[in-house]
Design a protein around this ligand. Structure first.
Ligand code: AMP
Length: 171
């Protein structure tokens, strides 16, 4: 399926100079969401995945649907201060300053194999910090799935030891 027609460019959002890739048209098309989920499942069905980790917030949308389809647990990775129980955190560089992500300390078992899901790979900082979280609590990353990759930002370079799938690549 041609997914690019479901992605809308919003210029200068959330700030000047950024072209925001809006996935809400895709979410309005059940056949497009189904196609995304099937592609993710197809690629990783033989990877021994035992849980799906979704990155806040658009990673939750695709992550929970995939987890339900594959009959797997869903684990949220969130921005700081949102998860109520004991957490571990990892930070990453932004253009100005740093940000961080958190996971519940007891979210995954030692050696459990997980697939990370997010809507978009840009610089790779968020996904790299998420792999760090998963490994900190003793679990293992089986792969990372994105709907969109901004290839010109070369985020893959930060994730080169992982099996990455992206369905749309803007070179
Ligand atoms: P990064 O850590 O730079 O790879 O940024 C990835 C995160 O930021 C993802 O969770 C995306 O949802 C969001 N993001 C970054 N750039 C964009 C963009 N141009 N359009 C939409 N979302 C973006």
């Amino acid at each position: 399926m041609e997914l690019t027609k479901y992605i809308r460019d919003i210029v200068d959002f959330p700030k000047e100079g950024i072209v925001f890739k809006d996935i809400t048209p895709l979410l309005k098309a059940p056949e497009a969401v189904a196609s995304v989920i099937s592609s993710f499942e197809e690629k990783f069905k033989s990877a021994g995945v035992e849980a799906i980790v979704g990155i806040e917030s658009r990673g939750f949308i695709f992550g929970i649907v995939l987890a339900q389809k594959m009959g797997l647990p869903f684990i949220p990775v969130r921005k700081p201060g949102k998860l109520p129980a004991e957490t571990v955190s990892a930070s990453y560089e932004l253009e100005y300053g740093t940000d961080s992500v958190e996971i519940h300390k007891d979210a995954l078992a030692k050696g459990q194999k997980v697939l990370i899901v997010d809507d978009l790979l840009a610089t790779g900082g968020t996904a790299a910090a998420t792999t760090e979280l998963i490994e900190k609590i003793g679990a293992e990353v089986a792969g990372i799935a994105f709907v969109i990759e901004l290839g010109f930002l070369n985020g893959r370079a930060k994730l080169d030891s992982y099996d990455i799938l992206s369905l749309i690549n803007y070179e």
